[in-house]
Ligand binder design. Structure first.
Ligand code: ZN
Length: 404
């Protein structure tokens, strides 16, 4: 899912495995903004003046043209039209169909496994390659996306967090949305202990949130700089605070939050995750591969190595038990470079995966590290916009990062 604004965590020391080895907790950021990585830091260019930097970049472009990319890997979460989508995770079914048709016309769309084979080959001019992935394991990947993938003959990999299917639970970010952003009457004051610290928020007039309030703000997303109500402010802050927690601490906070909200739910759940049977049906046929995405969707970089191994290995075993076949593709939860470490990539290799996907916006180049494959998050764009964004991604630009 959902990741952080700015893939700026190019850590200088990524070898410390212990809990809390990050200088600061992962900040809550929108999934869209996760596509806003800034690779220039790696070259120390930020030490130069702005004018000097621009001149330097122009010179580099003139005399050192960018290597031709090999492929784009697209990252989706949901194919659905929920009543509200604060994390920008959904693409409408009709738009997804047009996006896939467009992609299949202009690119050779291959499976991730095939893409990895091509990465290992000698560079040669060939068709533009693309691969399609989904993260988390939403049920609409089966009900709304699979038939489109089949009709467009587009292979895809769906990365499933197995904890959701074992517990039949929603993702925590969806539960926060349910509790705070839908019409309901809540207590006016929320006191919550999160990660050993006590927090208090006041909802004021928005303790009671009616249908017309919901209608007024249903298009709000976390990319907006403003929080139109206290509920949106609390939602944003809880996303930031819950994201870096280990699963036990997060569940304790969610449990307290549910109790505070009175456990009421008077509307259908819009965030169904795949069941074991759904995973089998999704993987049936030649187009969809199922990959692992850990058990509880943690920030792996914040876990001790033994816990990381358990998260990675248990999701693989669980899916292999369901599917009766080997599972060899993996995606890091959240997936920015600050969400996993060099130990994590080594563990993924040791656990028998052939490739792993990250979540930072870059085209795949020949010789790329197949355990940190970059991906671009796709939004609910119409066909024209989708084509334009693909072209900009292919050309090394970042259109799509600052458009929402
Ligand atoms: Zn995810």
């Amino acid at each position: 899912m959902y990741a952080s604004r700015g893939d700026r965590g190019l850590s200088k020391n990524r070898l410390r495995p212990a809990r809390g080895d990050r200088a600061s907790p992962a900040r809550h950021q929108s999934p869209a903004a996760a596509t806003a990585g800034r690779a220039s830091d790696a070259a120390g260019l930020h030490d130069m003046s702005i004018a000097g930097l621009a001149k330097f970049r122009a010179t580099v472009r003139k005399y050192w043209p960018r290597a031709r990319p090999l492929a784009l890997i697209l990252l989706y979460h949901r194919v659905a039209e929920p009543a509200t989508d604060p994390q920008l995770l959904s693409v409408a079914q009709e738009r997804f169909a047009r996006q896939m048709a467009c992609l299949a016309r202009r690119y050779e769309v291959v499976s991730l496994q095939e893409l990895v084979r091509r990465i290992g080959r000698k560079a040669a001019a060939g068709p533009r390659l693309a691969a399609v992935t989904f993260d988390d394991g939403y049920a609409d990947n089966l009900s709304n996306a699979k038939s489109i993938l089949e009709s467009c003959k587009v292979p895809a990999t769906v990365f499933v967090s197995t904890g959701f299917l074992e517990n039949r639970s929603e993702c925590w970010w969806d539960e926060l949305e349910d509790l705070l952003l839908y019409p309901s009457s809540l207590p006016g004051c929320l006191q919550l202990e999160i990660g050993g610290r006590r927090f208090e928020w006041t909802l004021g007039d928005e303790a009671t949130y009616r249908d017309h309030d919901f209608a007024s703000h249903k298009n709000w997303t976390v990319l907006r700089p403003d929080d139109p109500t206290n509920r949106h402010r609390v939602y944003r802050e809880l996303c930031r605070l819950l994201r870096p927690l280990e699963e036990g601490a997060r569940q304790r906070s969610l449990h307290a939050l549910r109790a505070w909200a009175g456990g009421q739910r008077d509307r259908p759940c819009f965030h169904h995750m795949l069941s074991a049977d759904g995973i089998r049906r999704l993987a049936a046929g030649p187009y969809v591969e199922v990959g692992a995405h850990t058990q509880s969707h943690p920030v792996l970089a914040r876990l001790p190595v033994a816990d990381q191994r358990e998260e990675i290995g248990s999701s693989k075993k669980c899916l292999e038990g369901i599917l009766g076949r080997s599972v060899t593709s993996f995606a890091y939860p959240y997936g920015t470079k600050s969400d996993y470490t060099d130990y994590t990539t080594a563990l993924v290799k040791e656990e028998g995966f052939a490739l792993a996907c990250s979540n930072y916006p870059q085209a795949v180049a020949a010789g790329a590290d197949v355990y940190q494959l970059p991906r671009f998050v796709v939004r609910n764009w119409d066909e024209e916009r989708f084509m334009r964004v693909l072209e900009s991604w292919w050309n090394g630009m970042r259109e799509g990062d600052c458009d929402q």
